[in-house]
Write a protein that binds this ligand. Structure first.
Ligand code: HEM
Length: 243
């Protein structure tokens, strides 16, 4: 890939995607809260939704945490515990299983959305585009596994992770690390960033709420006071007078 295209896609585009992702989500939450939902179609037809949705969510949630921890943990932090090669193998096996589950799930969801007339009729263009992109993204992710198998020492994984770490910490030099990464890796990374870009304009916003519900674990207790009925005589009267 020519150097300028690499710079555009992996040096500048990540920041455009991240800015649209954060500011766009904030603006939509602020201005259009009634559109902030997963737009569930469960009421229209449950059938294949149960398998499709569960498989997809199990796979994709595992991949989300796997990608975050796997790509953003600096090499020196895990080096004493696990070698780069073993870490890559772990990512390939666990990510491969999760990717397959997610891929089967999203295929069921896409088939259902396109073939069921009730769901099709109530689908927005963005619902269909999103499922197609997720399908492609999972397919590309799975296609990276045979590529990774060609360099089991973990050297390419370290470069890709270092790129991601430089991007999120606003350090230069990330793009150069991708010079010899295969096009499947690059296509997967570019499409992955595009999912962040379209995120605020789709039903994906419900992901924020999914994680937001975890705040309930930390929420302070709600203080409930019983209404006192044995008030001293004249109390209510004096309050009424003040009002
Ligand atoms: C900005 C977003 C993303 C980036 C930068 C990214 C990057 C990567 C990289 C570098 C690998 C190869 C890891 C290695 O073996 O060295 C990978 C693998 C994979 N990705 Fe992504 N990815 C992104 C988003 C996604 C999303 C949204 C999905 C699913 C919907 C996904 C699914 C997969 C799968 C199934 C694999 C193969 C298994 C694995 O190695 O974990 N990725 N990704």
């Amino acid at each position: 890939m020519t150097a300028w295209l690499d710079t555009l896609l992996f040096g500048i585009y990540p920041y455009i995607c991240l800015a649209v992702f954060f500011i766009g989500s904030w603006v939509r939450f602020d201005r259009d809260q009634y559109t902030w939902k997963s737009d569930s179609s469960q009421l229209l037809r449950t059938g294949s939704l149960r398998w499709g949705s569960n498989l997809f969510h199990i796979g994709v949630l595992f991949l989300f945490f796997g990608h975050t921890v796997g790509m953003l943990t600096p090499h020196f932090m895990y080096e004493p515990i696990i070698s780069a090669g073993n870490k890559q193998l772990m990512a390939m096996v666990s990510g491969g299983i999760a990717g397959l589950l997610g891929f089967v799930g999203v295929s069921i969801l896409l088939h259902r959305r396109l073939s069921d007339p009730r769901i099709r009729a109530t689908s927005k263009t963005s619902d269909i585009v999103l499922l197609v992109l997720l399908w492609l993204q999972l397919a590309l992710g799975l296609a990276t596994i045979p590529l990774s198998a060609q360099h089991l020492d973990g050297s390419m994984m370290i470069k890709l992770a270092e790129w991601a770490q430089r991007i999120v910490t606003f350090r230069s030099g990330g793009v150069e690390l991708l010079a010899d990464a295969g096009w499947i890796f690059k296509a997967h990374m570019a499409l992955g960033m595009s999912i962040f870009l379209i995120f605020p304009f789709t039903r994906l916003v419900h992901v924020w709420s999914g994680f937001g519900t975890l705040a309930y674990v930390l929420r302070p207790y709600q203080v409930v006071r019983a209404r006192r009925l044995n008030l001293p005589p004249g109390h209510l009267q004096s309050q009424d007078r003040r009002a």
